[in-house]
Ligand binder design. Structure first.
Ligand SMILES: [Ca+2]
Ligand SMILES: [Ca+2]
Ligand SMILES: [Ca+2]
Length: 210
């Protein structure tokens, strides 16, 4: 179960791709929060995860591929980076404290802090565009839910509150919406809700996995 957030990157977080591309072109702050790669337009850096050291690590590189640097540098699994141009912070999840938890670090890899800090798995962090919030997935309620917290780890709130699987949150460019994947209607579909969890709307509707 704990690997679910990383085994299906092709199925996730597609709802805001058009917005993401326009943001990148116009050079305004962040960006994307896909499972393995995030692009910080204003910082001209790309953060990604790599298994090149025998375990998953968070790396940073220039857009031309130069200066690839291991930021997380820990024998545990470190994955799912989300970079905030607004705050110059990188959120990720890691098993270094046994369960997957949401961590944040500075863009040079310093000051790595456990933000979610509970006994259940927490994965798939995604910064809001202004860097003030982090959406993530938590299993603390017995099934996966979309949570949001302040960027210091305070105020952790269940937004999806549904007995089905909910995964892969991604903020819209203005921070007002969160797209995610849910199986609440029988199979995986893409949904969008307000950033406070209200008014979830199903965007896809088919028998395949979205
Ligand atoms: Ca690692
Ligand atoms: Ca759920
Ligand atoms: Ca479907």
């Amino acid at each position: 179960m704990r690997n679910k957030g990383t085994t299906s990157p092709s199925r996730i977080r597609l709802a805001f791709v058009v917005t993401v591309l326009s943001v990148m072109v116009t050079g305004v702050a962040l960006c994307i929060s896909r499972s393995n790669v995030a692009f910080a337009a204003t910082q001209l850096k790309i953060v990604f995860q790599s298994f090149r050291d025998g375990n998953r690590e968070i790396y940073l590189m220039n857009p031309d591929g130069s200066d690839q640097t291991n930021l997380s540098n820990n024998p545990a699994a470190d994955q799912d980076p989300s970079i905030s141009s607004a705050s110059s912070k990188i959120a990720f999840d890691s098993t270094r404290d046994d369960r997957f938890q949401i961590y944040v670090m500075d863009a040079d890899g310093s000051n790595q802090i456990n933000l979610s800090n509970n006994l259940a798995d927490d994965i798939s962090p995604s910064f809001s565009p202004d860097g003030s919030k982090i959406a993530f997935v938590s299993f603390r309620d017995g099934n996966s839910e979309i949570y949001v917290m302040n960027s210091d780890g305070s105020g952790q709130i269940d937004l999806s509150n549904n007995s089905a699987s909910d995964f892969d949150p991604s903020f819209s460019h203005d921070g007002s919406k969160i797209a995610f994947r849910s199986a609440r209607d029988g199979n995986d579909e893409i949904y969008v809700m307000n950033a406070d969890g209200s008014s979830p709307i199903r965007l896809t509707n088919n028998s395949a996995l979205d």
